[in-house]
Design a binder for this molecule. Structure first.
Ligand code: MG
Ligand code: MG
Length: 255
């Protein structure tokens, strides 16, 4: 069932989303060559604590997960696409980092992700990151009343495929509200004009992921969480929580 949020609820979700943006900015600021991934998580955690927000990631255990997620931030490096656990790995020159964060404030959730490089960036990584961001922008532009879920999916997928990149099978966006994952699903590829009509008050996480090697296959690493590209090529992820309104899409996880 898709929950339609009141304008008051959307304002409350905006506050949760602002904290997510601040936590991601802090994690990105902390990232540098030689810094451990757990220190990025620590930077994000400090922002949540300061704001009095909870984490929808910490302790999260969907039925497929062997252990609860142990952090407030997912940090996925290079061939990791999503759900990376921030541990003792120390960032190296040229690494491509995807950071994904959530916050819960007054019972409302925000969810967003950003990718960036550390040290000297490889041009091909900047192109990959730029494409994920461009796909997110296209998806948001299609998130308007009168369109359908398939219009968002099509907009996202077209940008990714036009650039020659793969789109991970079976992972994508979702509704957001009092819980992190709600209906409807928001695929990263689809047919325009299909799927659920978009209405004022729907709140969606739109989250393109691209695989540089052009294949769509991924696998879950032995830690039970980290999703990696099957071809070993690098991946990038971008995400915002967006409210559909009669005045157009409103990004709730901007700074
Ligand atoms: Mg996310
Ligand atoms: Mg999400």
């Amino acid at each position: 069932m898709v929950e339609i949020k009141s304008d008051t609820s959307i304002e409350a979700m905006r506050e949760a989303g602002r904290i997510v943006a601040q936590a991601l900015a802090a994690a990105r600021e902390a990232a540098d060559v030689g810094v451990r991934l757990r220190d990025l998580d620590g930077a994000a955690r400090a922002v949540l604590e300061e704001a009095g927000a909870g984490s929808p990631f910490l302790g999260y255990r969907p039925d497929w997960a062997p252990v609860p997620f142990p952090a407030v931030l997912c940090v996925s490096v290079n061939d990791a696409v999503v759900h990376g656990i921030p541990g003792d790995y120390e960032l190296r020159d040229g690494d491509l980092v995807s950071a994904d964060c959530g916050a819960v404030l007054d019972g409302w959730v925000g969810d967003a992700a950003v990718s960036f490089t550390v040290g000297r960036a490889r041009p091909q990584d900047l192109r990959l990151i730029g494409t994920a961001q461009e796909a997110l922008d296209a998806g948001i532009a299609a998130a308007v009343v009168g369109n359908r879920i398939g219009d968002i999916a099509h907009a996202v997928g077209r940008v990714c495929r036009s650039a020659g990149y793969g789109i991970p099978d079976g992972i994508g966006g979702h509704g957001v509200g009092r819980t992190m994952h709600e209906d409807p699903g928001v695929p990263n590829e689809g047919r325009p004009g299909r799927g659920m009509p978009l209405r004022h008050g729907m709140v969606l996480a739109i989250e393109p992921m691209v695989i540089a090697g052009g294949h769509d296959d991924t696998f879950t690493a032995r830690d039970g969480w980290t999703v990696r590209t099957a071809d070993g090529s690098r991946a990038s992820h971008a995400e915002h929580t967006v409210a559909i309104t009669d005045d157009g899409p409103r990004i709730l996880t901007a700074l």
